[in-house]
Each structure stands twice: as structure tokens, then as C-alpha cells.
Design a protein around this ligand. Sequence first.
Ligand code: NAI
Ligand code: MG
Length: 362
Amino acid sequence: MSNPSLLILPGDGIGPEVMAEVRRIIDWFGDKRGLSFDVSEDLVGGAAYDAHGTPLHDDTMAKAQEVDAVLLGAVGGPKYDVLDFSVKPERGLLRLRKEMDLYSNLRPAQCFDALADFSSLKKDVVAGLDIMIVRELTSGVYFGEPRGIFEEGNERVGINTQRYTESEIDRVARSAFELAMRRGKKLCSMEKANVMESGILWREVVTEVAKDYPEVELSHMYADAGAMQLCRWPKQFDVIVTDNLFGDLLSDAAAMLTGSLGMLPSASLGAPMANGRPKALYEPVHGSAPDIAGQGKANPIACVLSFAMALRYSFDQGAEAERLEKAIEAVLASGVRTADLLGEEGVTPVTTSGMGDEILKA
Ligand code: NAI
Ligand code: MG
């Protein structure tokens, strides 16, 4: 059997810096664990624009459709702010998500014990926290028609439309139930069925899908109450599923319960391919961080954890993913910190590759 394939798109700014550490970790799995990947690397974002005049070349798009998983660093930077909207670096990432039809966005909020003091919440509220927010990524108010700014009478009106079809809700709900089955078998669905028809349909369809997952304990919550509960006692949740807009807000809020942007991975999954693996794109939540790019200051952990998610969700290597996450936990427990994780005085931060060294050692 041939090795599973990975397309690596480092992108811009700190993207290539953090991805270099992931490459070393991928090689380690090949050398030490007999887990080899066919890795190819290509350009995305500003780097692709500089080379080809487009933030994602058609050949790169075609490759992304063929591989088992795509791993992306970050795109964008001030240099590209002057570009026309149609060729901005972000358009490369959006095209990948759209053409791969990645409808299920997985955003973990996980607290490493060593960083529990780093949270803005009390230590016992976040210590040991491990929840997952599943955000619908391809539909809802960011895409619904009609949209635009129109003249109405003697003033302007801005319009966006929240629209969800039954099949769109069904597929993201199934992805969340599948995830709940692999985790704590508890799923909370969030919408605003009290004031939105799309929310009423959302609740109905999720309830119907639940019949196929009798082992999963399903609850429903209005998204505003959910936001409060996330801040009050996040450990009551295991998996949360919600729409594109609420998911955007709730996943950002939940992520920050646990500290730095440099620690947050994500996965965006689509329909199963012929080999049974889902279409998949893994990327850190952070951007290209132009303020620290090129200085060896970036924390590579978000990108490394994104690769751990790839091991788990694309390659069925849950035990190896855990091996990697445990190594990161051990490194943090030993007090090693990149600059973004510095709270205490008197600790000298390690560089990006210094953190890579420590993870490999662990
Ligand atoms: P950002 O995430 O790049 O940076 C925000 C702050 O967090 C900065 O102070 C940065 O130094 C810090 N930071 C981010 N990642 C870090 C890491 N791994 N280690 C240490 N510190 C880290 O967001 P910002 O500044 O709003 O955007 C910068 C550029 O990135 C823009 O061009 C933006 O469009 C793009 N961007 C791209 C994203 C993507 O590729 N998915 C997501 C967000 C922004
Ligand atoms: Mg957001």
C-alpha cells in the first residue's frame, strides 16, 4: 500500500517558520514510528501571488483535491493590503475551503494544565478543559442571498440572509455526532430557535439525525445562553455543534478560555472521499503574524497540534496523535515557553525551532 499523502502549504509570514517544525515532526514519525507520508509542498496566499499572480494556482487546487489531507500555515501580510480583493491572499484559503466543500470546522478548546494560570478565567474553571466546537462552514448568513447594500426610500439598507437547507444541517450534524461517538458521547446543539426559523429547522433536523446515534446524549441550547455557559462552566460541554455565524463567535470565545493564539489548531472536514477519508484541511487558527515574522519568535504548537488532528481525523492514528499531544504537554510542564506564553518574570523564551527541538526530544 502506498503512503498516505499530505499537501503542505506554508503560506506567508510565520507560516513557513511554524511549518518547518511540523516537517521535522512528520519526518520523526517516519523514522521512529514507521508512519511515512508522501509529502508535497506548494504555494498559497501572498507567496503564490508573488510567483503566479494568483493566491492559489489551479494546479495547487487540483492537488489539494487529490491528496488525503492538506496542512496550511497562514496567509496574508501588509505587503498584500494594496491588492485587489479578488487576488488577496485570503482568497486562496477561501477557494480551498469552498472547492473542497469543507462544511465541518472543528475547533478544540483544550487547556494544558501547565497553562491554566494563563487563562483569564479561574484555574479550576479551565484546568483539564477539553471541548470541541463544530462550526458549519459553508452556508448560513455569510453566504445566503439576497445580500447587499440597497437604496430603500431615502436611505440605505444592508441585507444578509441566514439560509440553511435540511441537507446542509444534516451533514454537519452527522459529522458532530460521529465526533461525539469518538469522544464523550455528549453533544450540545446551539441555535436561536426562539427567534429564527432557520434555528427551528436546525433543531428539528439535529433531533432527527440523533435517532441514528442513540448512544449520544443530545441537548439543545439557545446560542446566547450557550455563550454564557461557556464562560461560566465550560467543562459541562463535550462537543458543541452550531451554525456558521454563532460558531464563528463561540469558537473564538471558547478558544480564548485557554490562552494564546499560538496554541490553537483547527480542522475543516468535508464529505468522505473514495478511500473513506474525509476531504480535509488542517491549519492553525492564527494568521501570518507579520509583527513577529522572520524573528524566530512564533509558537509552532498551534501548527503541530493541527498535524496531530490530521493524524487523528484523516489517518486514524489516534494513539500517535496522543503521543504528540503528550509530548507537548510534557514540554509545557517542564516550563519551556515561547515568547507568547510568557507570564512569569525571569523565564527566557525559546525560539520557534527551540520549541521544535523540545517537542522532538519529548
Ligand atoms: P495574527 O493571528 O496573525 O496575529 C495576532 C497576534 O497574535 C499578533 O500579535 C501575533 O504576533 C500573535 N500571534 C499569532 N500567531 C502566533 C504564534 N504562532 N506565535 C506567537 N504569536 C502569535 O492576526 P492578525 O495580526 O490580525 O493578522 C495578520 C495577517 O494574517 C493579516 O494579513 C490577516 O489577514 C492574516 N490572517 C490569516 C489567517 C489565516 O491564514 N488563516 C487568519 C487570521 C489572519
Ligand atoms: Mg472568527
